[in-house]
Write a protein that binds this ligand. Structure first.
Ligand code: NAD
Ligand code: TDX
Length: 339
């Protein structure tokens, strides 16, 4: 039977990033009795505007680094759970400069686990399906929770390392922890460095979208709101010490997604550039979410990808003031990499 847990006062790390802020806004709306302390360093990927307008009585922002043990000593006591989203999250950046990935994703997770041990706080660890490596394009298999870890990039290996720390801290010190590994998220507030926002904002700027390699690589897309609900279900009903995979049967090749974006935005289907492939580029991710569905009864709500994509494109159209400040620097960085 699942353990049940009723959180009242939680810390959400990385709550000013894409997925973390969607989770914070979802909790504020769906569980108004829960207080959320957002702990975020506000790196290039963190933006306080992502959680602006939420009631101060419900959501408080603390600007700081998860690697700062003294800060955690001041902040963590009195909270009943940490939901850990903060990370360096972009594969291409990790290939160019792995150091901050090891620091934030590995050392940062270690510091949070130590704080949970010291103050007996429940911990949920948000991770990625990339820890399992990749699948062939034509094999029927999908990732399952007990598959071996085989990460490919500095990013995914740093996330895999952090997952293993959680398992060890649970087994050795009895930390009350759960892990979730989710597939590719899409939706509002995603940084313009990522695939879908990059292509959408390129088109809005009159720049041709950029497709890596052959474009055949497959990603398993899930709307970020469905991810938020799954994390909440795992936090409140998941079994301690367990790993749950989160996915919504959303497998699509990159070229298919790009053609859908071009079509929704009224562009010819070949109006894009082929660019240099990502070194070590994972071919395919695919999640088998059976455990999450059967144990916790979770189901995705956003099952129509075309509709979710059209809404996301509309969000970028109407929030140019949000993405414009990051756009130029992001494209300069890509151009220097030949991408
Ligand atoms: P993001 O890059 O949009 O946001 C990361 C947030 O973490 C930012 O607000 C940043 O300021 C903050 N941060 C970074 N370093 C920090 C530090 N040292 N201390 C405190 N805050 C720090 O990332 P995202 O795409 O929202 O991903 C969130 C989490 O979800 C990550 O753990 C990622 O591995 C995981 N995940 C992402 C996806 C995806 O599709 N994007 C899929 C599965 C899992
Ligand atoms: O311009 C691009 N052109 C392109 O073809 C970009 C930015 C990406 N791509 C390809 C690479 C990938 O096959 O699109 C796919 C998606 O790329 P990203 O958005 O960079 O995501 P990915 O590398 O799959 O990782 C994402 O999902 C898992 C998140 O960034 C991770 O944080 C998460 O763990």
């Amino acid at each position: 039977m699942p353990d049940t847990f009723e959180p009242h006062n939680i810390i959400v790390t990385g709550g000013c990033g894409f997925i973390g802020s969607n989770f914070v806004r979802w909790v504020a709306r769906e569980h108004p009795g829960v207080h959320v302390t957002v702990l975020d360093k506000l790196t290039y990927a963190g933006n306080p505007a992502n959680i602006a307008g939420l009631p101060e009585s419900q959501v408080e922002l603390v600007v700081g680094d998860i690697c700062d043990a003294d800060l955690l000593d001041r902040l963590v006591p009195g909270h009943d759970a940490i939901v850990h989203y903060a990370a360096e999250s972009h594969n291409d950046n990790s290939i160019a400069n792995p150091e901050p990935f090891v620091q934030t994703n590995v050392v940062g997770t270690y510091r949070l686990l130590e704080a949970c041990r010291k103050y007996n706080v429940r911990y949920h660890h948000v991770s990625t399906d990339e820890v399992y490596g990749d699948l062939a394009l034509d094999e029927p298999r999908r990732f399952r929770p007990d598959d071996p870890y085989k990460p490919s990039s500095p990013y995914s290996s740093s996330k895999a390392s952090s997952d293993l720390l959680v398992c060890a801290w649970h087994r050795t010190y009895g930390i009350r922890a759960t892990i979730s590994n989710c597939s590719n998220n899409y939706g509002p507030y995603q940084h313009v460095e990522k695939f879908i926002p990059r292509q959408v904002t390129n088109i809005l700027c009159g720049i041709r979208p950029k497709l890596y390699g052959t474009g055949e690589n497959v990603r398993d897309w899930i709307h970020t709101e469905d991810h938020s609900r799954a994390v909440w279900d795992i936090l409140t009903k998941g079994r301690i010490g367990e790993t749950y995979l989160i996915g919504a049967d959303g497998e699509r090749s990159n070229i298919e997604v790009l053609r859908q974006i071009l079509s929704i935005m009224g562009q010819p289907e070949d109006a894009f550039d082929w660019v240099r492939d990502r070194p070590g580029h994972d071919r395919r991710y695919a999640i088998d979410p059976t455990k999450l569905r059967e144990e916790l009864g979770w189901r995705p709500i956003h099952t129509d990808f075309s509709e979710g994509l059209a809404q996301t494109i509309e969000w970028y159209r109407s929030h140019e003031d949000w993405w414009r400040p990051a756009k130029e620097a992001t494209e300069v960085k890509y151009a220097a990499q030949g991408q």
